[in-house]
Ligand binder design. Sequence first.
Ligand SMILES: Cc1cc2nc3c(=O)[nH]c(=O)nc-3n(C[C@H](O)[C@H](O)[C@H](O)COP(=O)(O)OP(=O)(O)OC[C@H]3O[C@@H](n4cnc5c(N)ncnc54)[C@H](O)[C@@H]3O)c2cc1C
Length: 435
Amino acid sequence: MNAALNTGTAQRAASYYSASLNDQTQYPTLQGTVEVDVAIIGGGFTGVASAVELAERGLKVAIVETNRIGWGASGRNGGQVTGSLSGDEAMRKQMRARLGDDVDDFIWHLRFRGHDIIQQRVARYGIDCDLKRGHLHAAMKPSHMAELEGFATEAMLRGMGDQVELLDREGVRRHLDSPLYLGALKNQRNLHLHPLNLCLGEARAAHGLGALIFENSQVLEIIHGPRPAVVTAQGRIEAKQVMLAGDVYHKLEPGQLKGKIFPAMGGIVTTAPLGDLARQLNPHDLAVYDCRFVLDYYRMTADGRLLFGGGANYSGRDSRDIAGELRPCIERTFPALKGVPIEFQWSCAMGIVVNRIPQLGKLSENVWYCQGYSGHGIATSHIMGEIMAEAITGTLEQFDTFAGCSHIRVPMGDLLGNPLLAAGMWYYQMLEKLR
Ligand SMILES: Cc1cc2nc3c(=O)[nH]c(=O)nc-3n(C[C@H](O)[C@H](O)[C@H](O)COP(=O)(O)OP(=O)(O)OC[C@H]3O[C@@H](n4cnc5c(N)ncnc54)[C@H](O)[C@@H]3O)c2cc1C
């Protein structure tokens, strides 16, 4: 191995998270040739969580990241770790053929497996990421309430009665100083956290276990064969196995992957620190999202700012005025915040899959991929990291359950993918008005 320790020019994406980092480690650019057991392309949660799992199992791993660790959606998201799985109903339908009546247990287990992995990892490696418990899923109309009641009933039946509580309008007002909601499901099992600090902490943990990490190193090509390799402008990693974890940001393997995943842009802002007002607005420090298809989500940061995200833009392009778009939503949610200064705003692409089922598969005998959590990826990426590590080390059961799902591949995806998604979302927004 002769990888030099040069660092590169890739920058962190500007956000509240990158302004409140607690780890400034800069990993080197890949130079020369390196040999490992598993080369992972992409340093978001999927790549980093898989690296920890593999390194814990004793494999020599390398992560290769175009930008910086956590540069993509993993370091710029809402920080809410909830039991919502995008695509759960589609999964249930498709997986029933393989799992039979066990499908309901399998999906329930998936809802909260990621929470356990994250909490154990934070504890084991001492990761400082403002991890907190508590979430409200808030209803804006009676049909939303009916959905929440359905979830609460299942949660009770599955032994979570001490962790979930249905709140009526007055109950919500005791938790949020907002006039918007007629009820909510409070869930003490859900979490919220500083995602970039979690991702960097996990990268540090993987590094401590012997993983190599390269930033500023875009993989340009995957070489398939009995001994696959990934190639960057200045280096090459030869591996026994390769895992592609670039989500919506990579353009690799178009022959097999183009048209399977599409970008939706999400915008987030944070206000100036709110001081005592933060506790008045949200006294139990809960993360919140509402029940709409295109929803608002928010929580307080460790330094008492409101971090608020909402909407999604399916054009695939950045919004020009995120603060302008989100300010009316903030003021509608919390009238006390009229005119509040907004100090950070950013947007980021998330990978959307047509049927919303995470896409796991093989590109050749020893080249794997895992992508597409459709906006609910913090917990899911950690579950997938575990499933991918199991698969790469020879236990294929859960991987096969996902890999056996069929996915729509949009022909001329570059051209048609985002207009189709936009039409789909318009349809769902119309349904939202009717339900
Ligand atoms: C605005 C927003 C809010 C969100 N809020 C939440 C939330 O509150 N809760 C939740 O659960 N989920 C949320 N999500 C979704 C979640 O963030 C993602 O599903 C998850 O982070 C995806 O992780 P990933 O590692 O697969 O992809 P990413 O984090 O996007 O990482 C992919 C990485 O691969 C790298 N890469 C790509 N191509 C190459 C290449 N050729 N060579 C080397 N590296 C490459 C990229 O630079 C990138 O760093 C949100 C997403 C967005 C955008």
